[in-house]
Design a protein around this ligand. Structure first.
Ligand SMILES: [Ca+2]
Ligand SMILES: [Ca+2]
Length: 406
């Protein structure tokens, strides 16, 4: 590795929290070293509490260094999260962990791209592809900005550099692999497609967005925190929104450290309802348990189909025995929809907030209830809704079809 020193940030002011996320630098109160970066000739500054680096044209690797606390253990952390903004897009970030002797452990295989032209974007850089070592092994993180391909020189704004703590799944429930709001799985991509995270078009939280090239396909991968136990979790569900119908024409589970250990699923779930969110489900009950920790999905646009993008969200391992619509339940609470009366009938023994939510996440009705309740739905359009009842300590979620018998 070249010892091209861009900058070394030593200001680590708020490092008291180790079990939660750790902010390495928010550039508000930094003692920032402004200068050149050796042979690459860039400069770095802070502007209005944000770091600004001038990336040279056709840059083969610009480094920014962030110091870690003394005798630091990086094992409890899963991501390096950065907020970035620039006019240029589709350049990569490659992380390394360094000691003063410049040892590095790069994750070149990760595809951590900035894609949102001139808008702030959170980029999550997985640490799982690097050798973390024991506490004290490394004392800084180097972030390489690889902007090749004859890109012109540009300014890269960076802020909120944070180590995100590892997610600890609760295997008594459905396990979320990624909802893109609080990412817990690395997003990978290959081929010509891109995947990134964007604001959900329904305005609720974040969502993954995948670009499929024309007459091609787009492969995306999601790592799970632990090996998938198919004796407790027997389905993988995810939600898709696209402007055209398409098929997930290849699905595979892999070992994330050795892709030769894999099992194709051959399930081909189809997205059939353009412009509506649709939940797809893949049965994995026959898959070898405790062997795989990576989900591979390939969306097709063969046969001269045009390029398209699709949104993906709520990628979950579904707990066996829970129905897909019943996320949590409480023996003291139940509800059912009467198509004859067009009423929602709720039995519960305490007060709570009842919400009727469309499949695109819009809350269409919100009522405070105080025990058993019969709610007329004559003001609600026919369709599929999620009913969510929240009260102290419990949350009951159920899908109903208004206007049709259950
Ligand atoms: Ca800041
Ligand atoms: Ca989401």
């Amino acid at each position: 590795m070249k010892k091209t020193i861009t900058l070394l940030f030593i200001a680590l002011c708020s490092l008291s929290v180790y079990s939660a996320d750790l902010v390495l630098n928010n550039f508000n109160d930094i003692t920032c070293v402004t200068g050149t970066s050796g042979s690459f000739g860039s400069t770095m500054n802070t502007v209005n509490g944000t770091g600004v680096i001038t990336v040279p044209a056709n840059n083969t690797g610009e480094f920014i260094y962030f110091s870690l606390p003394p005798v630091f253990d990086i094992n409890p952390y899963q991501y390096l999260k950065i907020s970035v903004k620039s006019t240029e897009t589709n350049y990569r970030f490659v992380p390394s962990l360094l000691t003063p002797e410049w040892t590095e452990s790069s994750d070149w295989n990760g595809s951590y791209k900035y894609t949102s032209a001139n808008a702030w974007q959170d980029v999550y850089i997985a640490l799982s592809g690097m050798t973390a070592g024991t506490a004290g092994t490394y004392d800084k993180i180097a972030l390489k900005i690889a902007a090749y391909d004859a890109k012109p020189s540009f300014d890269l704004y960076i802020d909120n550099v944070t180590l995100v703590a590892k997610y600890v799944p609760d295997y008594t429930k459905d396990v979320t692999v990624s909802n893109f709001d609080n990412i817990i799985a690395a997003m990978g991509a290959w081929g010509n497609n891109t995947i990134s995270q964007t604001i959900n078009i329904d305005g609720t939280g974040n969502v993954g967005i995948v670009s499929v090239p024309a007459n091609n396909d787009a492969g995306i991968t999601f790592n799970t925190v632990d090996k998938i136990n198919t004796t407790t979790h027997d389905k993988i569900n995810f939600r898709i929104l696209a402007t055209q119908a398409f098929t997930i024409n290849y699905e595979k589970l892999e070992d994330k450290t050795n892709s030769a250990i894999n099992q194709a699923l051959g399930l081909y779930p189809a997205y059939t309802t353009p412009n509506e969110w649709q939940e797809l489900s893949m049965d994995i009950s026959a898959v070898t348990s405790n062997t795989y920790d990576k989900i591979v999905l390939l969306a097709e646009a063969w046969q001269s189909k045009p390029a398209f993008t699709f949104y993906i969200d709520d990628i979950k391992l579904m707990k066996k025995g829970l129905t897909a619509v019943e996320i949590a339940s409480d023996s003291k609470t139940s509800m059912y929809y009467s198509s004859l009366q067009n009423t929602l009938n709720i039995k519960c023994d305490r007060a709570g907030l009842l919400e009727l939510i469309t499949l695109t996440g819009v809350v269409t009705k919100s009522v405070n209830i105080h025990g058993d309740t019969t709610l007329k739905l004559s003001d609600i359009q026919n369709g599929v809704y999620i009913v969510r009842l929240k009260n102290s300590g419990t949350r009951v979620v159920q899908k109903i079809i208004v206007g049709n018998p259950l």
